[in-house]
Write a protein that binds this ligand. Structure first.
Ligand code: C5P
Length: 410
């Protein structure tokens, strides 16, 4: 499916053994419809030839700032051309140069001259990766908003075992595709997060255990991937995510009111809130007094199902969560059907390592067509990016499919 049709990717290749994997990356982007231009450092041409990349990309490969064919502005041409620049593999040396703004070859010059978002996939020996200089340089890149993919851990070409291997091409493809799909399109997403609080009287309430961490991480990840995000949040003690419009509410009814209003103009809705299923049938205006030995009966009314209500809107991609303690996938599949969702994230909340309030999570992404993708234990931030990337790819595939059906009818 041509989910990257019309997108232009500048691939920078530096001198590391992982350079051979760049060829597969080029193929993945091309299969998705992207146009790729390769730029290589002088060291990179010792690992794979410019001819290999020229044959794959169908374009001249830029390697030499002072080549006879170069009028002196190849680096500017390449920089202006790209929608996204990706350096894969990125050696410790090139990372250090980018951190310092050095432009001593065609690749580093193009990167310095480019206004396109930059993705860096580090690849080096584990000791070089762990070196304080490299770690400091990577921190500088991150602070500048440069996206880092990987590195992975495992066996290295030099025989060492550790962190520093370049991420697999499929992983770099997934993250870069997601960045390209949503960027600059002003697409709207609404996310609910945190618990709701249903008052019993002025001092007491019914609530759910929810830190809001997953929903806030999703809002941040969606903003990073270029979505215009509205976060409707119950009471939590987290700061507003950067670049996200956040509304704070208390009750499920207030959450529904905001979610419904915002979702009508949105393309995607994620229900991540732990909404209280019931609320007191009436709220006492004054504090209910304790009376000796007397029990206290509370009559409850069911709250609206926010996500089910919102999922009825046309053209809204709706994503829910199934937080369960047993028979996780069975309940999740059933919930996807009964709430008419497009995707559901099933997560086991029985473990203290991945459930409420923890920083990590582990989940299975279930699609409407029955496809299921397990995601191993990782930080809520990383899981959030995975979920947003999965949504982006799914929406792009649906759009590409309807476009090809439309073309077929004409
Ligand atoms: O029905 P259950 O609460 O198990 O379903 C969980 C999913 O439904 C989550 O996505 C949650 O945010 C959403 N939900 C909702 N409104 C409710 C209850 C749950 O949006 N009243």
């Amino acid at each position: 499916m041509e989910i990257l049709k019309g997108k232009k990717i500048l691939l920078g290749i530096t001198g590391g053994i992982a350079a051979y994997k760049s060829c597969e990356l080029v193929r993945l982007w091309q299969k998705a419809g992207a146009d790729v231009m390769a730029v290589m450092t002088p060291a990179a041409v010792n690992f794979i030839t410019p001819l290999t990349l020229a044959s794959l990309t169908g374009r001249e490969v830029l390697t030499d700032t002072f080549a006879a064919s170069n009028t002196g502005i190849d680096h500017i041409r390449a920089a202006r051309w790209a929608d996204l620049a990706v350096i894969a593999p990125a050696t410790a040396n090139t990372i250090a140069k980018i951190a310092c703004g050095i432009a001593d070859n065609l690749l580093t010059s193009a990167v310095l001259a480019s206004r396109a978002p930059l993705v860096v996939a580090p690849a080096m020996n584990c000791a070089m990766y762990e070196n304080a200089a490299t770690q400091n340089n990577l921190r500088i890149l991150k602070e500048r908003g440069i996206a880092l993919v990987g590195p992975d851990s495992g066996y290295q070409a030099c025989g060492d075992i550790g962190r520093g291997r370049m991420s697999e091409p499929a992983e770099i493809f997934r993250q870069t595709a997601s960045m390209l799909i949503a960027s600059g399109q002003n697409r709207r997403m609404v996310i609910t997060a945190g618990p709701t609080e249903e008052p019993i009287d002025p001092v007491r309430c019914i609530t759910n255990r929810s830190s809001g961490k997953m929903g806030y991480a999703l809002a941040q990840a969606a903003a990073v991937r270029g979505w215009k995000v509205k976060l409707v949040s119950g009471p939590v003690s987290l700061p507003d995510p950067v670049g996200v419009e956040t509304v704070r509410i208390r009750t499920a009814s207030e959450m529904l009111e905001h979610a419904w209003r915002e979702a009508r103009d949105a393309e995607c809705f994620i229900g991540c809130a732990a909404v209280a299923d019931f609320k007191p049938s009436s709220v006492s205006e004054s504090k209910i007094k304790k009376t000796a030995n007397d029990g206290f009966k509370l009559s409850l009314t069911q709250n609206p199902d926010i996500i089910k209500t919102v999922a009825a809107l046309d053209n809204l991609f709706t994503v829910g969560f199934a937080a369960e303690t047993d028979d996780l996938l069975v309940y999740a599949r059933h919930k996807l059907q009964s709430k008419n969702l497009d995707m559901i994230i099933a997560n086991d909340v029985s473990s203290p390592l991945t459930g409420f309030n923890s920083d990590d999570n582990e989940a299975t992404i279930i699609y409407r067509n029955g496809r299921e993708t397990p995601v191993p234990k990782m930080s809520k931030e990383d899981l959030a990016l995975r979920i947003i990337d999965a949504i982006n790819c799914e929406l792009a595939e649906t759009a590409a499919l309807s476009e090809s059906e439309e073309n077929g009818r004409q």
